[in-house]
Design a protein around this ligand. Structure first.
Ligand SMILES: [Fe+2]
Length: 502
């Protein structure tokens, strides 16, 4: 029965017995799993009263239920019958980086050169897998070619301009030189694709040489992209992953009541049979950053803080997470509000600042991004600061549909293609933001809106938030969709979003 049907049925039952249910009393009653039995007993009890109430308030209902029927109708009763399937399954978590990143850059000019060379080489390798780019030339090699010769190059976009006539001009570089690329007016396809090019990304261009190798007229633009998965990974065990992020504990807008409802659901299977079954199958939870609101993250933040001490904020997070049953493994990665360097890749949260979290045996602390094999599923976890940049750079994208922006990252095989905007990048010797290996699950966060899609076999999820709208988000016109939990069923690959708030 749907919850609406159940509501209607219960209202009718009470009305025909001569009682009106206050909405709060109705919500309270609906939390009972054995609803019909409870209603029957309640009416029986009301009928024995000398002065029968006409409107049943939550207090009346609660008092009668607590006094008369506690042993048979409370949540505790349902919890005793809650035997999670996931409890019987052994966890399988393997962090994919063989060597943990060293996070050692000093940010010198040499470091930046090394970083961009590494980005170029890594993405070039992916582009060379495209059959039509296998014989790509170097940029300096174009000078020797006659005008109109068809060529292909692979380069990094260092500048984008639009001419007075509306043509797009790209400056493209490789390790041998630089060239201006004009998007041909004759090619509608190239014109359309050019609307999606962004700074600092590495792409392939197919075109013809002009002006003695000083110009390239592009007929096509090729992104590294994600090949279509031939077969999707599936688990044999009937287990699920729940994806969370952006708790922002410490903020006045942290939705504590809703988060506690989520904890209760995990512990008791509270809800309808389908929700109960899902609770029973949760084996893993991933929290993709912004566990706390932080301190001094933005101007005047103290006005919006409930807890103004960073250590206290993490203590509060630990108090909540320790209520998660210990057979559930929790993976934690940092975000831009957490107490760690903001430049990406971010190291895992440090022990001194997040000590109470390290005391939880079922918690795994990883960096941002993190690549982890969870029960056979290659999972890429990224907080998603670059979603701000990519949604500003490509028209038609917005944070209200973060999954579409995540697809653009998968197409570029890079988590933060644009350099020097809001996503700060630390120039490490290896560009860890390149998506070398195609994940089975790609989780990002930061947008505070839940989004789900499947791109070429990659389960792509933005895990939303547990914080209601902030003053800043209001000025940006961003309406979050908080207190919703995306769940991926690892056996059927079905995805579900459970709501724990309005
Ligand atoms: Fe956030």
């Amino acid at each position: 029965m749907s919850s609406l049907d159940a509501q209607e049925k219960i209202l009718t039952t009470f009305l025909s017995a001569g009682f009106q249910l206050h909405p709060e009393a109705l919500s309270h009653l609906l939390t009972n799993l054995n609803l019909n039995e409870v209603a029957e007993k309640l009416i029986k009890n009301l009928n024995t009263m000398q002065e029968k109430p006409i409107v049943l308030t939550k207090d009346i209902v609660e008092t009668i239920l607590n006094e008369q029927f506690k042993p048979t109708i409370t949540i505790q009763e349902s919890s005793s019958s809650f035997e999670p399937l996931a409890k019987k399954v052994e966890p399988r978590i393997e962090v994919l980086e063989k060597e943990k990143p060293k996070y050692s850059t000093k940010g010198t000019i040499e470091d930046f050169i090394k970083y961009f060379n590494n980005r170029y080489e890594k993405i070039k390798k992916i582009l060379l897998e495209h059959t039509n780019l296998r014989d790509a030339s170097t940029i300096s090699g174009l000078k020797a070619l006659q005008n109109s010769t068809p060529v292909k190059i692979i380069g990094l976009i260092s500048n984008i301009r639009t001419t007075a006539k509306g043509n797009k001009l790209l400056e493209i570089e490789d390790q041998t030189g630089k060239i201006t690329v004009l998007i041909s007016n004759d090619s509608e396809e190239a014109q359309e694709k050019a609307k999606h090019v962004i700074l600092d990304e590495v792409i392939g261009i197919e075109g013809t040489v002009a002006r003695n190798g000083e110009l390239l007229i592009a007929k096509d633009i090729i992104w590294p992209d994600t090949p279509v998965k031939k077969e999707q990974t599936k688990a044999e065990d009937p287990i699920c992953i729940g994806l969370l992020s952006d708790l922002h504990v410490g903020s006045k807008m942290f939705l504590k009541k809703e988060f506690e409802r989520f904890l209760k659901w995990l512990n008791t299977g509270f809800g309808n049979p389908k929700q109960k079954e899902l609770a029973s199958r949760i084996k893993y939870l991933i929290i993709a950053g912004d566990l706390v609101d932080g301190v001094g993250v933005y101007p005047d933040q103290e006005k919006e803080l409930e807890i103004s001490d960073i250590h206290q904020q993490y203590i509060e997070v630990a108090k909540l997470l320790e209520q998660i049953p210990d057979y559930i493994e929790i993976i934690i990665t940092p975000g831009n509000h957490d107490a760690i360097r903001i430049a990406e890749p971010q190291p895992p949260l440090p022990r001194d600042i997040a000590a109470p979290l390290f005391e939880l045996d079922n918690v795994h602390m990883l960096g941002n991004p993190a690549r982890v094999n969870i029960h056979g599923f290659k999972t890429l976890i990224y907080h998603g600061r670059s979603l701000d940049d990519i949604t500003s750079a490509i028209s038609g994208l917005s944070l209200s549909q973060p999954e579409l922006a995540m697809v653009e990252l998968l197409k570029r095989r890079h988590l933060a293609p644009i350099y020097g905007e809001r996503a700060l990048i630390a120039p490490e010797a290896e560009d860890l933001l390149v998506i070398d290996e195609i994940p089975d699950i790609f989780q990002a966060a930061h947008a505070h809106t839940v989004g789900l899609t499947n791109y070429r076999g990659v389960i792509t999820v933005n895990s939303g938030a547990w914080q209601s709208q902030t003053a800043y988000q209001k000025t940006q016109g961003l309406t979050p969709t908080p207190a919703r939990l995306p769940i991926v069923d690892l056996q059927s690959l079905k995805t579900t979003i459970l709501r724990f708030g309005a």
